[in-house]
Design a protein. Structure first.
Length: 137
């Protein structure tokens, strides 16, 4: 399997760790973690991830601002971004799409749906193991 790096950006430590474990086990990717928008931008510059999972509600710099900056920069505009958020506001999908996200997933989400979206954005084939049906986050 290709050595892919996924940056997980979420202000909740438990969510970051849960996503990290899931992606490492289910997809076999390396992961990097960021707890706010400023750290996320530094990690992207330093590590050039293959995919970013990005929460919209972040301290210091919100996810929509981070996403707009990434998509406006030719050096990072091609990195796919899946927005992961609680969807508490009806406009969350519109904000994420307008900022340039490549895909969107509401929390709580089905593990199998997350795996499918990550594999799709990374250009990896589907996993043919037992499908997890639990909802997390």
């Amino acid at each position: 399997m290709p050595d892919r790096l996924v940056l997980i950006v979420d202000d909740d430590a438990d969510t970051r760790e849960m996503l990290q474990t899931m992606l490492q086990i289910m997809v076999g990717v390396r992961t990097s973690l960021a707890e706010d928008g400023e750290v996320a931008l530094r990690r992207v510059a330093d590590e050039r991830p293959d995919l970013i999972l990005l929460d919209l509600r972040l301290p210091k710099r919100d996810g929509a601002d981070v996403l707009r900056q990434l998509k406006a920069d030719p050096a990072t505009s091609e990195i796919p971004v899946i927005v992961l958020t609680t969807g508490a506001l009806p406009t969350d999908h519109e904000v994420a799409r307008a900022a340039g996200c490549d895909d969107y997933l509401d929390k709580p989400f089905h593990v199998a749906t997350l795996e499918k979206k990550v594999r799709s954005q990374l250009g990896l084939g589907p996993h043919h193991g037992r499908g997890a049906r639990s909802r997390v986050a």
